[in-house]
Design a protein around this ligand. Sequence first.
Ligand code: ADP
Ligand code: MG
Length: 271
Amino acid sequence: MAEQTNPAEKAGKRATILAVTSGKGGVGKTSLSVNLACEFSRRGHRTVIVDTDLGLANAHIIAGMKPKQTLSDYIDGKAELTEIIEDGPCKVKFISGGSGVKEMANLDDNGRARICVAIEELTPFCDIILLDTGAGVSRGVTDFVTLADHTILVTTSNFASIADAYGIVKVIVQDGYDKPIHCVVNRVRSPEEAEQVFLKLKSCTERFLGFDLNWLGLLPEDSSVEGAVLKRAPFSEAFPGSVAARYLAKLVSGLERYIGTAKPASQVVKN
Ligand SMILES: Nc1ncnc2c1ncn2[C@@H]1O[C@H](COP(=O)(O)OP(=O)(O)O)[C@@H](O)[C@H]1O
Ligand SMILES: [Mg+2]
């Protein structure tokens, strides 16, 4: 699997934008996004997480935060971009998408375009921007995936989850998306189970869409993930010795190789 990197990323001129998406809801996107952000930050990458699950944002819960201002305030003109960036766990910078805000869930193309511009404005000031997307194949999801330099596609071994993962790849590829998509199989009981799911998905995208999916890795079914939610902390912080945390580290090493930024940026964000 060839590495695909953006020359500007290598020159360190702008952050790499990673979208975490799935098709189906409840497969572990938010948990993965927050913990990926923490792991990137622990390795010295200046990391921002943006909860783009507009109106139903819940990454702050997994991050153990109570955001004072959100993208909703930015869209309403009540806050500047800099005012909605909050300090999250592990020195991650955090932007919430607003929770229980109907107007955000129904945001029009223009509103989403403004959020995309805001995300682009962050790129000179950090190394990694993680976008936690909502579920589904609507423009509310695909607009953010299209903005990303790399997409992380999450599925479980559940058949509906695999079908929906194929569905989101189909929609974005037919829209012209040609950047790398890296697959994570979550909640598996064995590496073989993950491999089977990945090969099934990859053969479908190759055969029917002519699109080559990359393997990124797996996260095991691990009670630490749920346990950390109860503690209102990312699992990699609450349970750093857990099996899930070990596999998370492998995912980030894989992403560093795909992105081509294995070395942390020289300038680490100062809190
Ligand atoms: N590897 C895992 N092991 C155990 N539980 C998990 C794992 N990954 C996610 N979960 C649980 O699955 C549920 C849904 O996760 P979430 O990240 O909110 O999914 P999504 O963002 O895709 O809707 C949460 O209760 C979470 O704790
Ligand atoms: Mg989510």
